[in-house]
Design a binder for this molecule. Structure first.
Ligand code: SF4
Ligand code: SF4
Length: 431
């Protein structure tokens, strides 16, 4: 694609990077067929190619974001399905990241949207605040229908609807500590405890620690570690995202320097995609560029790490698992085989639902901010999963777990919970 940026514009490293990305796009449109919003809405401006044109026009003209551009960029799930499809290697992820920062800096959203986004950014990344908010949401749930009818409060009605009916007690089994390896030592890892996940499903970190320590891996859950920054990063709140990244880089490098680390293990693939990108996010910060790149190099999805442990084969368990590959797993991190192979090796029959490349509509805060599109994607995903007639659904991202669970009665677990059970842990609740 031809671009027309001035030398002054290209002196900005963010613009220079986006220009390089734009030039790679050859307008072929292959990406449109696999873009969930284009598949649903059929509007070129809701396709990757259409969004690329909108971003190009906004950046080239050095203008503030307008309502049309914001509407179509906001509808993008950041699922990165387009990157898997693109034959030219267009780095859409970093282009849309730049566009979101530009929107945040130059576009004044209506007051109700600014308020809703500020509440999300001040709540979700903080486990104690999030737990408190969920408890309050349980009491306020009867008001959800009313709030959704009031335009200025609709987002809060959607949040009440999404809040789980029961909030689990805080887990004692995954608190900050060093969890000793059992048997022959095989490694030492830090585990990202996460922010929303331990509040919604504390069993996931507990199962991860049990499984890893049982396989001879020492697990460190670091005190003071915080949210990876993904939630606010996708809202264009760059300073907040970078502050989270710097904070975690300091914490994990301290652990690595003290006693060594083979990996930073992550159980939410949305977080994994972001932590693997810390090196890029902080590339212009001389004090952190190198350190962040080290942390990104250590980051591994839990299934990626487990695949290297050569877990023993287990006999058939007589259970059929529908494996839902989160977008951040398959498109963001390109991890496609490991989770399925691990499940099969552990004795589960694995089925792959049709249209596996399409997002379930969770996408971080997308199900709160774009509820109509999100609901359509969820219904389509659930239909495809139920068609495989599974006993249980497995996936590797808490966002997908809560989204899909709200649309089906089939139990849904994190992949690691099934693996933990197969290798000696307790039977997961709900099975
Ligand atoms: S990230 Fe997903 S929703 Fe956004 S343009 Fe690409 S395929 Fe479409
Ligand atoms: S597939 Fe790649 S090169 Fe083709 S239009 Fe989409 S982003 Fe551009």
């Amino acid at each position: 694609m031809q671009t027309n940026f001035s030398p002054e514009q290209l002196a900005d490293p963010h613009v220079a990077e986006s220009e390089k990305i734009l030039r790679k796009c050859v307008h072929c449109g292959f990406c449109t067929a696999t873009c969930p919003t284009y598949v649903l809405l059929g509007d070129e401006l809701d396709s990757p190619r259409g969004r690329i044109y909108l971003i190009k026009d906004m950046l080239e003209n050095g203008r503030a974001a307008d309502t049309e551009t914001v509407t179509h960029i906001d509808r993008c799930l950041s699922c990165l399905s387009c990157m898997t499809t693109c034959p030219s290697g267009v780095d859409y992820m970093h282009l849309v990241d730049h566009a979101r920062i530009h929107i945040e800096e130059t576009y004044k959203r209506p007051l109700k949207d600014r308020f809703a986004r500020a509440v999300i950014a001040a709540t979700l990344p903080y486990p104690s605040r999030f737990r408190l908010a969920l408890r309050a949401a349980r009491l306020a749930r009867p008001l959800a229908g009313l709030l959704k009818c009031i335009s200025s409060l609709k987002t809060f009605g959607v949040m009440l609807d999404l809040a789980p009916r029961a909030v689990p007690a805080a887990s004692d089994g995954a608190r900050p500590a060093v969890y000793a390896a059992k048997g022959t030592p095989r490694g030492r890892v830090a585990l990202l405890a996460g922010c929303a996940q331990p509040v919604l499903r504390p069993e996931i970190n507990e199962a991860t620690i049990r499984l890893l320590t049982g396989q001879g891996v020492e697990v460190v859950v670091s005190a003071g570690e915080g949210c990876c920054g993904a939630l606010v990063h996708h809202m264009g709140r760059e300073e907040q995202a970078l502050a989270s990244a710097r904070h975690n880089v300091d914490i994990w490098l301290k652990v690595a320097e003290e006693d060594g680390l083979d990996a930073i293990v992550i159980t939410a693939s949305g977080c994994g995609t972001t932590i693997k990108d810390y090196g890029h996010m902080l590339r212009l910060d001389p004090a952190y560029a190198e350190k962040a790149a080290k942390v990104s190099a250590l980051a591994k999805d839990v299934t990626e790490y487990l695949a290297g442990l050569d877990l023993p084969e287990r006999g058939a368990r007589g259970l059929t698992v529908a494996y839902h590959s989160a977008c951040s797993m398959q498109h963001g991190q390109k991890i496609t085989l490991a989770p399925k192979q691990l499940l099969k090796r552990a004795g589960f029959a694995v089925r792959e639902p049709a249209e596996g490349h399409l997002c379930c509509g969770s996408a971080g805060t997308y199900n709160i901010l774009q509820p109509e599109i999100s609901a359509k994607l969820k219904a389509r995903k659930v239909r495809n999963i139920e068609a495989t007639k599974p006993n249980v659904i497995a996936t590797g991202n808490i966002g997908c777990i809560t989204q899909i669970a709200s649309g089906t009665n089939i139990p849904i677990l994190h992949t690691v919970e099934l693996l933990d059970w197969a290798y000696g842990g307790p039977k997961p609740a709900g099975l």
